[in-house]
Design a protein around this ligand. Structure first.
Ligand code: ATP
Length: 312
């Protein structure tokens, strides 16, 4: 079973408008309301790939109940810590081919709640084979909380697949508890590595030479429609993806993380794993809904992901 950690989930509201009128009334003909947060996108994709998954993290208030109901309705296992604070709303407005977002900070986690979570995690780690961590930290927690989670997983030999924002990633990469895989996008990687350029050449150079990354078996730097650059152990790969008509690429990175966790669980070879992981990103981009893939389309796209080794 794969355990997904979402410490700051949200109920995501998506409004579709033909155009956004600032300082005026906007009427949305299409509204969708889903259990969101990057880790819940990962959870859904793992579930769509028909692997066993359990979602954990913190939930509180009415919106927390909504997320529990949604997961139960989709028959996805969940085991969250109930908190005093209220789970947040995040709003995305799709208009003029663009997306405008309003993101709430979310609740403050108390010391007691964070201790309760680590206790729960200890129990769950005995039952799972892979752990994914996604997204930012809620208020009240610092990077050391992620480091404790990684350390507990490492003690139990559960590989950690991590996707978080640049500032946290930078601290985690420097720390003692190393994740098994990190999946920054191009911008996040450049920020985390304090690079002056985020060109593919500069990324390859850092992946090849930064000793800081040598203890992390997989570093997957995704480049949106341009595919990815990947470091596995000491080998660097460049992966290209097919040109598609993307409907909504939001959540593609989350889908890639899910793909790598599932592919690793299925013991794919390095190249197969890269193809499988990136296929999930492409499939998500083809769907209007965030964190959704069509598993039947996997064979069509898998063969269109081209992976080549880069010479150092
Ligand atoms: P998010 O934070 O929204 O989950 P991200 O910024 O972490 O996404 P990206 O680098 O945008 O991740 O995309 C991840 C992967 O998804 C890419 O490597 C690619 O496989 C696929 N992908 C993303 N955008 C497109 C696109 N427009 N067309 C085809 N594939 C895409």
């Amino acid at each position: 079973m794969i355990l997904t950690v979402t410490l700051n989930p949200s109920v995501d509201m998506q409004y579709q408008l033909s155009a956004l009128q600032v300082n005026d009334v906007n009427r949305a003909a299409h509204v969708s309301k889903t259990a969101g947060g990057k880790g819940l996108n990962v959870t859904r994709v793992i579930d769509q790939l028909q692997e066993q998954v359990t979602a954990t993290g913190f939930l509180g208030g009415r919106l927390g109940e909504f997320i529990v109901d949604e997961l139960s309705h989709q028959q996805i296992a969940h085991d969250f810590v109930s908190i005093q604070g209220e789970t947040r709303n995040c709003i995305a407005v799709l208009h003029d081919g663009k997306q405008t977002e309003i993101l709430e900070n979310g609740p403050i986690i108390t010391k007691g709640e964070s201790e309760q979570f680590l206790q729960k995690l200890q129990n769950l780690l005995g039952k799972v084979t892979r752990l994914t961590i996604s997204g930012s930290l809620p208020k009240g927690l610092t990077v050391s909380f992620y480091q404790q989670i990684i350390s507990l997983a490492n003690q139990q030999k559960v590989p950690v697949f991590l996707d978080t924002k640049a500032s946290l990633l930078m601290e985690i990469v420097k720390g003692d508890a190393k994740p098994y895989l990190i999946k920054p996008n191009q911008q996040e990687f450049a920020e985390a590595m304090e690079m002056t350029s985020n060109s593919v050449e500069a990324i390859v150079d850092i992946l090849s030479h930064r000793t800081l990354l040598s203890d992390i078996p997989w570093v997957v730097v995704t480049l949106g429609k341009d595919g990815a650059v990947i470091k596995h152990e000491a080998v660097i790969y460049r992966a290209s993806i097919p040109n598609i008509h993307a409907k909504n690429p939001v959540g593609s990175g989350d889908s890639v993380l899910a793909g790598f966790a599932v592919g690793h669980q299925r013991q794919l070879s390095a190249v197969e794993l890269i193809q499988f992981g990136l296929t999930m990103g492409v499939l998500n981009a083809l769907q209007a809904q965030t964190g959704q893939i069509d598993p039947e389309a996997i064979p069509d796209y898998l063969s269109q992901i081209h992976v080549r080794k880069l010479l150092k």
